[in-house]
Design a protein around this ligand. Structure first.
Ligand code: NAD
Ligand code: LMR
Length: 329
């Protein structure tokens, strides 16, 4: 008997990340070559027709693991029975929009989606929020899902992590596979802190990188932290394939575990570790064991790192306070 398909809901399915993501999920790259998936595409009504076009293309790939595709224009139906939710669709910042306006517009999306997840998702549901501002959108969704354990809500900082791996590998002149144990702390925004102080190159401390303080401060940190804006500037559109790739990496590692001897980065609900206030969705060094993210404990945090982690966490606190004052959490 073939295994029961896993229900994967993708919001913003007709957008550019959705287009880069759905084919990888259907081909087995998210959950493995033996796991059938049923795709649930959630769009706003104006996006449904384009989602139908994407669904036709998915059918035309004849993926053996694709057990079905359904398209929805409301979160209640979109999240019914969902095992994995990739929350990609969000309200982009448009001209003249203040941060508060953006948070409010996204509260109107992620609040109802959280409530729908609470009402109808499967008991083992896992959520990854990609749509920006991802950390605070995840906080909003989680706060509308009181019956779902909060550790099932995560925000994507894996793209930042992958960007940092690539930059560090290039600087060290080694393949990316030889760089391990780096961390993205804080918010998926320009305040994030990519931390190399525990990183290893080919199994040895990455001192050649951390000793080069000018490169670290003036090149590595700002390059990683502002990479999203640089891609928008160059492409005229925000990152899509690399964002979809990072979403696949995040969920695959969450479900199947992180490699021994390494860790990755994910925005998860803080338990107070490393001085990050409990309840904030912040990026941490994490491993996945038995299908759960765990924060890597016991890392020494020097003054250089502390100052930068605190600055990004301060921004998360401000975002949380703003959505709280708008009644969104
Ligand atoms: P896009 O504009 O191409 O697509 C977004 C899609 O979401 C559209 O089809 C739109 O109709 C849909 N949508 C809007 N509101 C919705 C709702 N309430 N329910 C369902 N669908 C809805 O955007 P994109 O390039 O695919 O990016 C999506 C989001 O991901 C943006 O917020 C972007 O900033 C963010 N992003 C995050 C990261 C990260 O690392 N966390 C990286 C890249 C992009
Ligand atoms: C990215 O990091 O590429 C995106 O979050 C940028 C954006 O604003 O969509």
């Amino acid at each position: 008997m073939s295994p029961t398909p896993v229900n994967v809901t993708v919001t913003g399915a007709a957008g550019q990340i959705g287009y880069a993501l759905l084919f990888r999920i259907a081909s087995g790259q998210l959950l493995g070559p033996d796991v059938p998936v049923r795709l649930r595409l959630l769009e706003i009504p104006q996006g449904v027709k384009a989602a139908e076009g994407t669904a036709m293309e998915l059918e035309d790939c004849a993926f053996p693991l694709l057990a079905g595709i359904d398209i929805f224009d409301n979160p209640t139906d979109g999240f019914a029975g969902t095992n994995i939710g990739l929350l990609v669709g969000a309200r982009p910042r448009t001209k003249g929009m203040e941060r508060g306006d953006l948070l409010e517009a996204n509260g109107g999306i992620f609040g109802p989606q959280g409530a729908a997840i609470n009402a109808g998702a499967a008991d083992d549901v896992r959520i990854l929020v990609v749509g920006n501002p991802a950390n605070t959108n995840a906080l909003i969704a989680a706060s509308h899902a009181p019956d779902v354990p909060s550790d099932r809500f995560t925000a994507m900082t894996r793209l930042d992590h992958n960007r940092a791996l690539s930059q560090a590998a290039t600087k060290a002149g080694v393949p990316v596979s030889q760089v391990r144990r780096l961390t993205i702390w804080g918010n998926h925004s320009a305040t994030q802190y990519p931390d190399l102080f525990h990183a290893e190159i080919d199994g040895a401390p990455a001192t050649a990188l951390t000793d080069d303080s000018t490169w670290l401060t003036d090149d590595f940190i700002p390059t990683v932290a502002t990479r999203g804006a640089a891609i928008i500037e160059a492409r005229g559109a925000s990152s899509a394939a690399s964002a979809a790739n990072a979403a696949v990496d995040h969920v695959r590692d969450w479900v199947h575990g992180t490699p021994k001897g390494d860790w990755t980065s994910a925005g998860i609900v803080s338990d107070g570790s490393y001085g990050v206030p409990e309840g904030l969705v912040s990026s941490f060094p994490v491993v996945s064991r038995d299908g759960r993210w765990e924060i890597v404990q016991g890392l020494e945090v020097g003054d250089f790192s502390r100052e930068r982690i605190d600055a990004s966490v301060k921004e998360l606190v401000e975002e949380r306070d703003a959505v709280r004052s708008l009644g969104l959490i």
